[in-house]
Structure formats: C-alpha cells, structure tokens
Write a protein that binds this ligand. Sequence first.
Ligand code: GDD
Ligand code: MN
Length: 362
Amino acid sequence: MLSIVVPTFREAENILPLVQRIRAALEPAIPYEIVFVDDNSRDGTDERVRELQQQGVPVRLIVRTDERGLSSAVLRGFCEARGDVLLCMDADMSHPAEAIPEMLRALETQQADLVVGSRYVAGGGVEKGWGLYRWLNSLVALWLARPLTSVRDGGAGFYLLPRRIFEQRKDFNPIGYKMLLEVLVKCPCRKVAEIPIQFADRKFGESKLNFREQLLYLLHLKRLYDYKFGRVSRFVQFCAIGASGVVVNLLVFAGLEKMGLSQKLAYALAIWIAMTWNYVPNRFLTFDLTAQHPILPQYLRFVLTCLVGAVVNWSVTVSLARESSWLGGHVYWAALVGIVCGTIFNFLISHAWAFRAVTKAK
Ligand code: GDD
Ligand code: MN
C-alpha cells in the first residue's frame, strides 16, 4: 500500500480538491491511504476529513497541538503511516498527483531507493510568473545544498521512498522545510530517480514559507554539513568566526586607542574582547552540541586555549623568521604561517577539550 503524507497548516479549502485529484490519479489500480498531519489549524480541516471518511475514502487526520513545522509534521506522518511506500506532498496542489503512478513505476523499473518529483530535470519546471526574488531564492537554496547531494531538486517537497529505506534512517532531526535533504543525507538512498514535474502555484490559501523558515534552513544545512563532513565542517565555521574576530580585534583596538588608552592596554583589551566575541558563536553554532554545558568553565577553557594558541602563533612566527633567511626578510609570510598554526591549534584543542561533548555511557 502507498501512504500519502500531507502536512497541512490552514489548508481547509484545499483538502477536498486535493483528495479528488489523488483519487482520480490512483483509483482503482493503486491501493493507498492519505494521512493529513495538521498543526491545529482549526479552520475546518477536521470536518472536511470527516466528510471524506464518511464517504469511505481512506483518509486519516493527525492533529498536533504541541509542535509546529513542516518537516517534523512529515516525519510524524511517516512514522504513523501503514503503507510499505511512503510519499510526501503539499496540500496546495503545487504537486501533480497525476505523476504518482510514474513515480511508483520508477521505484520498480529503476530499482530506486527514493523517487523525487523534480522541477529541475528535463521536462520539469515551475509555473510561469515566478518573480526574480522567488526564483533566486530557490536557486540559492539548492546551490547551498549541492555539496550534500547530487540530486537536482534536493529541496523538493514531493517524493516517495520504500518504508524499509526510511526505517534505516540515522540520527534524524529535521527542522524547517527541507525534509528531503534530511532523507537524502541520513537514509541509505543509494539510487535516486528524478521524475520531471510541473510545479503549480497554489490557488487557495497562502504560503507559510517566511523569513524564519529561511533562517531555519541555514541552521538545518549547518547540521547536515556537520553530519556529513564532521570536523571539516566545524573547522570552516571556526575559521569564519575567527576571521570576524580579527576584524573586531582591530576595530576595538583602534577605538580604545582613540579613547586615549595606552597602546599596550588597548591591545590587551582588544584581544580579550575578540576572544569573547568568538566564544559566543562557537558555543551556539560550531560546537552547538555543547550549548547546554555550564558557560563559565567552558568560556575559561576557550580563553585559555586561545592564549596558548597565541603562544603557538608567536613561537612559530619568531622561529621561522629566525631559521629561514627568506622568511626573515618576509616576516608577513612568517606571521601568516604562525596564524595558520595557531588557528589549527585553537580548533583542535577547542574540539577536543574546551568544547568537548561529554557523552557519558548510561
Ligand atoms: N503541519 C504543518 N505544519 N504543515 C505545514 C507547516 C507547518 O508548520 N508549514 C507548511 N505546511 C504545509 C502547508 O500547509 C503545505 O501543505 C505544505 O506544507 C507546503 O507549504 P507551503 O507554504 O505551500 O510551502 P511552499 O509552496 O512555499 O514550499 C513548497 O515548495 C518548496 C519548493 O519550492 C514545499 O514543498 C517545500 O518543501 C519545497 O521546498
Ligand atoms: Mn506551496
């Protein structure tokens, strides 16, 4: 059986036309159930579903009152679905139900682990009239996900997979809108088929994709990068934060000096403020798994790490300048090597000690 999971939030007027379209596409050849996962819309969605149930249509409604979010709603639906194939689609009829039989066929003929209804393969597309902003948005979102997957439309909301693949998922923790990326990275989807679809604009209701969701997408990407690339991903974040720290360091130094502080004191304060500046995003972003740990000891460990890192930086620079006659004449290059060594040192010690994730065996 095919389980069609439809996340809904204020989609009451789309329920009946959507179900009608699905029935026309599937009945009588394909046995299915439809599972609506609604986040307490209270707009009459439940009445529409009850109406359909009375007509004998295989629909169910799960109402969540304690949580909101597209991906987590889909996850809940997948967990409660009874079919051996799980499909996800939007309620607003952006996704053509008519493509479902072909997607199911691709599962068999291409022996796929996942089939995506794709806007970005030959024959697929989006409805005309997407403004530049929406189009760019979609493009940048996909481009940011490129290193995670080779699937053309990794941000799609229309896809199906066998239950056995879903059941092999690891460390699932989807946030925001792009549940498919979570599936692609954390389920064993070796073979993915993409079936072209035409993405239609919604006729009723309105989109729930807002700025908050876009920020959540960035956080989701960060987590998937960490999951897939581990320490390399964290190192990139650490360096980006470090680079911002350099700017803060210089600005604060200039500011304090202007205020009349002695150069030595101004520079010492500037270093301390930059370290503190770096500490915050490293706690909450780079090493987010440790964001619950007591803050003061962690902060002190980080400051100590950076101080030792500065000594490493200094010693490398000074000894290179002394040992190599070329570097002795080009001290900025020696300093650059020192900075790189100091940064790597800081990162490794931060990772292994200052922000160590304490995982005690229970
Ligand atoms: N349960 C629940 N909770 N459902 C939600 C929530 C929520 O917080 N937010 C959105 N939904 C449901 C909507 O009711 C709709 O059925 C579906 O999720 C998609 O929401 P839209 O607001 O219509 O999203 P969109 O059209 O901007 O985005 C769609 O296309 C994107 C690609 O352009 C989605 O399919 C995305 O997943 C996809 O990336
Ligand atoms: Mn939509």
